[in-house]
Design a protein around this ligand. Structure first.
Ligand SMILES: [Mn+2]
Length: 492
């Protein structure tokens, strides 16, 4: 029983059908298979698979915590500091699956940046190892820009299509001319948006369509000029007012349109609990129009098209007495010909929340990468890539919550796990009808109810869905319980 293979199902048989199910579940059971042949060294391949598996089942960044003995611990440190284990190989391996799973699907590709801060470990971290100043120009850390791939219809996570890691210089003096208007985008950090778009197009080339979803930072003229094609679309929140070919300005043009309709956006039961958001039902008014955006007059690139045609959607909150009412302007290359089209774009944009949750999961209360004991930035960066992959499992559970169309339970949990979940379900269900798990036991949604309960979620009247951190806590607890259960069953 102390064989790691039995415990973590590392050698579980690989088949394309199984892979599809596993990956769709954000669940990469066949870890060793995933890394086979990747490093040109069988021992490194095997080690990568084992570490990936340990991260998957322990959901922590602590090498000390996920390994079972000192030998494993040392081997993991060695692996992460091995120069032949490159960031690129790890990233390519993590991104590979999305290319297989996207075939003939309409794909949403949500992309965003996160900062990883290691200031607390300043004294331990070795200089010159891929770390540098963070956004506050003081702390040490690095940045990651990642692209999360979703099936647009089923809202199932299919993986990651691109990961970029970078660090700024370690001291302020060398940070001159940063993001200056006079330099071309290739030399700027904001090039990450174009890189993500291009890499995702390549990775997801077998998809029926790809829609990149980005926040205001992604509102860059080059993107509209260079990324969209017959297969690729953009949904990007507008950052600043833009001059149109007609001489008019975007904001005026939008607000001058007749309202197309009103609807309620639920910010009460929204799982989005970002700071400063007043819980409310926001009644919004929707406007839209087709616009031709002019290339900014001071643009350094002379060869870019002079204007780009996009559809603009305005979402304006009508609820009175709100401190910061919603006012979103969204630019998209998708067609917006009526109110329904506009609402679809708004709702797709709102899914951007998933990438923020994914990034949250690798930090503080999730995998806690920022508390990692590693001393080299390069090792931290490699571990971050592997953790991002493992975080998908929790994300998958999150999407399955209360989702009647969630996937079959056996795609995510195996038979003994389901047995164990059943016992736990009996324990957690209350006496009254109201306190029962109302999901179909054949579905992942049913399992997620149990996992959420384990994580401390309260199924009260003012029903609020569990967040990723609660689900992660529940999953951790379940893995512990299940391991104990397995040990007990095998002993009898
Ligand atoms: Mn952002």
């Amino acid at each position: 029983m102390d064989n790691v293979s039995t415990l973590y199902n590392i050698d579980k048989q690989f088949s394309p059908a199984k892979l599809t199910a596993d990956v769709a579940a954000g669940c990469f059971i066949s870890h060793r298979e995933n890394y086979k042949g990747k490093f040109g060294d069988a021992r490194l391949d095997k080690r990568a698979g084992d570490i990936s598996s340990m991260l998957h089942f322990n959901q922590s960044s602590s090498i000390h915590g996920i390994t079972r003995n000192e030998a494993e611990q040392r081997a993991t440190y060695r692996f992460l500091s091995n120069d032949n284990v490159t960031e690129k190989i790890l990233i390519d391996t993590v991104c590979e699956k999305s290319g297989i799973l996207c075939v003939d699907k309409d794909i949403l590709c949500i992309t965003d940046t996160t900062e990883l801060n290691f200031e607390n470990h300043r004294n331990r971290l070795k200089s010159g190892t891929g770390i540098g100043l963070t956004g506050n120009n003081k702390d040490l850390g690095f940045f990651m820009h990642s692209s999360l791939v979703l099936d647009s219809d089923a809202e199932i996570i299919l993986g990651i299509s691109d990961i970029q890691l970078w660090a700024r210089p370690e001291d302020k003096k060398s940070k001159k001319g940063f993001d200056n208007k006079t330099i071309p985008i290739e030399e700027k950090e904001s090039n990450k948006w174009l890189t993500a778009g291009r890499a995702s197009k390549k990775q997801l080339s077998a998809a029926r369509s790809i829609t990149m979803i980005e926040d205001r930072e992604g509102d860059i003229y080059e993107q509209f000029a260079l990324i969209p094609d017959h297969q690729t679309h953009l949904i990007i929140r507008n950052r600043a007012n833009r001059k149109l070919s007609t001489g008019q300005w975007l904001f005026n043009c939008l607000s001058g349109q007749p309202p197309a309709g009103r609807y309620d956006i639920d910010l009460v039961h929204d799982i989005d609990n970002r700071k400063g958001i007043e819980k409310r039902i926001a009644e919004v008014e929707v406007r839209y129009c087709k616009v031709s955006i002019k290339k900014p007059a001071d643009h350094v690139k002379k060869d870019l098209v002079a204007n780009v045609e996009v559809n603009a959607v305005e979402v304006k909150e009508m609820t009175s007495g709100i401190k910061r009412p919603i006012l979103w302007r969204i630019l998209t290359t998708h067609k917006v010909e009526n109110y329904e089209d506009a609402v679809k774009i708004i709702n797709k944009y709102r899914l951007r929340w998933y990438i923020e949750q994914l990034h949250r999961l690798i930090k503080k209360k999730g995998f806690a990468i920022e508390s990692s004991e590693l001393e080299s930035g390069w090792a931290l960066r490699k571990l971050t890539v592997m953790i991002l992959n493992s975080s998908l499992r929790v994300m998958q559970l999150l999407l399955a919550f209360d989702n009647k169309e969630s996937q079959p339970i056996e795609q995510v949990f195996d038979e003994p796990e389901i047995e164990c979940l059943k016992k736990l379900n009996n324990k957690y269900e209350g006496a009254t009808e109201k306190l029962k798990n109302k999901n179909d036991p054949q579905t992942l949604a049913w399992a997620v109810w149990v996992i959420a309960k384990l994580g401390g979620w309260k199924d009260t009247n003012k029903r609020r869905p569990p967040g990723p951190i609660t689900l992660k806590r529940g999953l951790d607890k379940f893995n512990d319980i299940h391991m104990g259960w397995k040990l007990a069953v095998e002993d009898t």
